[in-house]
Design a protein around this ligand. Structure first.
Ligand code: GDP
Ligand code: MN
Length: 438
């Protein structure tokens, strides 16, 4: 997956809300109103649940509250009973979905008795939880984390993320934890402290101490915090994470430190060497079309617009979305079919594009290199026939065997429109979509 963000590569928190935060912010500078800004990206990241992230962090010695996951009401009740029996003064019932902002959305509830915990579990399990990161349709809660409550003194923030401008990891810390960190980043960026990590040296204890002091921790908490931050960094490195975020990172009244929430995403490209982590993927949390696309190695991200795009190359796909917007339309997806797409992949790509009911027109933008234009054209004609595609298709083709490709389209007898330039094609597809009621 690809997400681009003006501040940090954050999916939990500091990310542009465009396209329900899973999609792409478009900032390659084509739009006349867009401000030039730095772009940050989390390419191909796999998300996991909070309870899974906490299990991983616990192995690295990061302090997390006692608790267990529950898939049913019975399990929730069993866990709550156990925690109370072990001396918990309360438990917190937490919805497990791949999105943040659960607290505000009613997905995090504290209970002082087992009966209350059961009641909360009953309300939360199965609910359609809506947060600022799920979009208006929300996400169905299929499991819960039941944890011992912590006696919170302060709610702080910690995050590790790659800064693509410097090519280095940045360890971030803020006293403004618990709330939406993107608000802090937007309005009071000076409230976020940052330590850039030199890859040759690693995260130094001195840097951890600097951040611990910046967080205003008490002398009695500093050493504990240094170990905590170093453990987070080790977990990040060992697991090939792309993001580790603890929000809130709390201090308790008796000077203990805990990760009260935990978010980890992993670099897809490194998952081959982490079978245990790969197994944590929960496709029930992902968009069904994106899951389908991943089966055919198609890099697809669903967006909310009406013009489907099929493009080879991520950069060209980004530019295609830009130019659709520039021409007054809105992209229905990001799709990079890759350099060497097969006919089968092109067919599957079509199927996926067409199963999005918002789609009113298709824009195919191909620069033929490894994927020769004639082969693409053959694939498109075959797929359009096989699937009896009804929506208008506009193509912009350049590169190897472009003339042959155009001839194949012409000879097909199907109704394709071909734009001479990217801009012409964008205008054509926006007009076609508008005509079809977009
Ligand atoms: P998010 O809203 O999805 O980020 O979920 P969090 O896990 O961060 O929980 C949201 C908020 O719930 C936290 O900022 C806390 O204020 C509160 N919360 C979570 N766990 C506990 C707990 O054990 N005790 C208390 N009192 N509050 C909690
Ligand atoms: Mn949180």
């Amino acid at each position: 997956m690809l997400a681009v963000c003006p501040l940090f590569a954050q999916q939990d928190s500091i990310c542009l809300p465009l396209a329900r935060h899973r999609g792409l912010a478009i900032h390659s500078g084509l739009h006349p109103n867009s401000q030039p800004q730095r772009t940050w990206a989390v390419p191909n990241s796999m998300k996991i649940h909070e309870y899974q992230a906490k299990e991983i962090l616990a192995k690295y010695g990061v302090a997390v509250p006692r608790g267990e996951v529950a898939n049913t009401l019975e399990e929730a009740s069993t866990v709550a009973r156990k925690l109370f029996a072990e001396g918990a003064s309360g438990v917190v019932v937490k919805a497990q979905i791949h999105a943040g902002g659960r607290g505000k959305g009613g997905g995090v509830k504290v209970a002082r008795t087992r009966e209350d915990a059961e009641l909360h579990a009953k309300n939360i399990l199965g609910m359609q939880l809506i947060t600022h990161q799920t979009g208006p349709q929300g996400q169905k809660v299929q499991r819960l984390l039941i944890e011992e409550t912590a006696d919170i003194d302060r709610e702080l923030y910690l995050g590790i993320v790659l800064d693509r401008a410097t090519g280095k990891l940045v360890f971030m810390a803020s006293q403004a934890g618990g709330m939406e960190i993107e608000e802090v980043a937007a309005h009071t960026p000076e409230a976020i402290f940052k330590e850039t990590i030199d890859p040759a040296i690693g995260f130094g204890a001195w840097q951890a101490r600097k951040l611990a002091f910046a967080l205003g921790l008490k002398a009695s908490q500093i050493n504990q915090a240094v170990v905590f931050l170093q453990s987070l960094y080790k977990a990040f490195m060992d697991t090939d994470a792309s993001l580790v975020e603890i929000n809130p990172f709390i201090t308790t009244k008796n000077d203990k430190l805990f990760a009260l929430d935990a978010k980890i995403t992993f670099d897809d490209n490194a998952l081959f060497r982490h079978a245990d982590i790969k197994a944590l993927r929960d496709t029930a949390e992902e968009d069904p079309l994106e899951v389908e696309a991943s089966k055919y190695a198609l890099n697809y991200i669903k967006l909310d617009g009406s013009i489907a795009c099929m493009v080879n190359g991520a950069g060209l796909a980004m530019a295609t979305m830009d130019i659709i917007q520039y021409a007054g339309g809105s992209p229905a997806n990001f799709l990079d079919v890759g350099g060497g797409a097969t006919q089968e992949q092109i067919e599957h790509a079509f199927e996926i594009l067409l199963s999005d009911s918002n789609v009113k027109a298709i824009f195919i933008n191909i620069f033929g290199g490894i994927l020769r234009v004639d082969r693409l054209a053959t694939g498109v004609v075959a797929a359009a026939r096989k699937l009896s595609v009804k929506v208008p298709i506009v193509l912009r083709l350049e590169g190897t065997n472009v003339e042959e490709g155009r001839q194949i389209l012409k000879d097909s007898g199907l109704d394709f429109q071909v734009g001479e330039t990217m801009k012409d094609a964008a205008d054509l597809v926006v007009a076609a979509a508008a005509k079809a009621g977009a």
